[in-house]
Design a protein around this ligand. Structure first.
Ligand code: NAD
Ligand code: WQD
Length: 339
């Protein structure tokens, strides 16, 4: 069985390629290397013993997308990660985000609909829930007006899938709403590679601990939570990757109920920023240099998943703990800096 993974050299994509290969799939990756490098292929090969087919291609070029599919008619499923993901940058460059996240999705779906097997997995995000009315959030919780063009591209992406599924019963789609993926492969052969100053908490922590950043700023200690810091559902990236394999298997086996389904991919457990720091200090044996600063604009107080739908329907459950993820993130950071 052949699976196309767009954005397969990126953070979540590369871990998913590994899990797909370990499950016996032949993988072809499309990536334009805008936020990744071909070195990731070596990391994947070290883990699985197999180098995936890689096509350097920018999905914004519709003619090239068409050309690719002309030569790859035998694809049994697509996992579509390719997108840009920096929330702040999306506010500065909205049209780029709509082009890169929405146009590319349309181009891929147009070609997918010409194939015999029309199985599609879309990277969505917990960001669609915004500040939820009730916690944990389940898949029926309201989708709130997006706070950024990036968040909007995820909502629009889901709507595009829903509308297309309505008129095409052969199209089988799943949107996975990831919470906060963190960590790296336990082998330290692949992991997160943030460009420039990380915006996300965990790479900022590990880069501070390794000496690349002076100090972590904790954004706000006056939130209505137990310790005053925000709460998120941090999930090991390998658990996220495995969710794609089971979701795809369900599509390929035609076990899907409706042809557009949504699943939360989280652990079900919320952790505060200070708990993440404590976990890091526990697994690394290091004290982290941090200070409390003002709140960051746009942060929701708390978000964590009700994962019962994925647990029961996909028979998938996150297996790793926060400590596991922080330990793997730290090993990866150390490996990166000693290479
Ligand atoms: P990433 O940036 O590491 O990976 C995305 C990959 O897509 C990169 O390798 C990049 O080079 C490639 N890419 C981007 N635009 C492309 C284009 N036009 N053509 C071909 N390739 C292109 O990001 P990630 O963290 O692995 O995220 C993967 C997906 O999951 C994204 O859709 C993201 O929005 C979504 N997501 C991420 C998170 C998170 O916290 N990391 C959370 C929720 C959802
Ligand atoms: C986590 C917590 C910060 C950095 C982002 C995207 C979202 C989704 C997941 C893609 C928050 C605090 C952070 C720092 C800090 N991605 N923090 N100091 O904001 O939950 O979500 O990634 O879909 O769309 O917005 O993740 O890692 O940025 O922050 O105190 O230097 O850590 O305030 O409470 P977030 P994050």
């Amino acid at each position: 069985m052949k699976v196309l993974v767009t954005g397969g050299l990126g953070y979540i994509g590369s871990h998913t390629v590994v899990e797909l290969q370990l499950a016996g799939y032949d993988v072809v990756i499309i990536d334009n290397l805008s936020n990744s490098s071909t070195k990731v292929l070596d990391g994947i090969t070290k883990i699985t013993g197999t180098t995936p087919d890689f096509q350097e291609l920018d999905l914004r070029h519709q003619d090239r997308v068409r050309e690719f599919f002309k030569h790859h008619q035998n694809i049994d499923g697509i996992v579509h990660f390719a997108a840009s993901k920096a929330v702040g940058e999306s506010v500065e460059k909205p049209l780029f985000y709509y082009e890169n996240n929405v146009n590319t999705l349309v181009y891929v779906l147009q070609e997918l609909q010409k194939l015999k097997q029309q199985n599609f997995i879309f990277s969505s995000s917990c960001t669609v829930y915004g500040e939820a009315d009730m916690l944990p959030v389940n898949e029926d919780s309201a989708v709130k007006p997006a706070q950024s063009p990036y968040g909007n591209t995820k909502q629009i992406g889901e709507e595009i899938l829903k509308d297309t599924c309505k008129i095409n019963p052969d199209l089988k789609t799943v949107a996975l709403r990831y919470f906060n993926p963190i960590g790296a492969h336990a082998s330290s052969n692949i992991g997160e590679l943030p460009l420039g100053v990380p915006q996300n908490l965990v790479p900022y922590i590990t880069q501070t601990a390794i000496g690349l950043r002076e100090q972590l700023s904790v954004f706000g200690e006056d939130y209505p939570t137990e310790d005053g810091t925000c709460i998120r559902d941090y999930i090991h990236v390998v658990d996220v990757a495995k969710a794609h394999v089971v979701a795809l298997e369900r599509l390929i086996k035609k076990e899907q109920g409706s042809n557009f389904e949504v699943f939360n991919i989280g652990t079900g457990k919320g952790s505060s920023v200070l708990e993440v720091i404590t976990s890091f200090e526990r697994v690394s044996g290091q004290k982290l240099n941090y200070k409390i600063v003002d709140r960051r604009k746009g942060d929701v107080v708390a978000a964590f998943a009700d994962t019962s739908k994925a647990n029961s329907i996909l028979r998938w459950k996150a297996e790793y703990t926060l400590d596991d993820a922080m330990s793997d993130a730290w090993k990866w950071e150390q490996r990166l800096r000693t290479k």
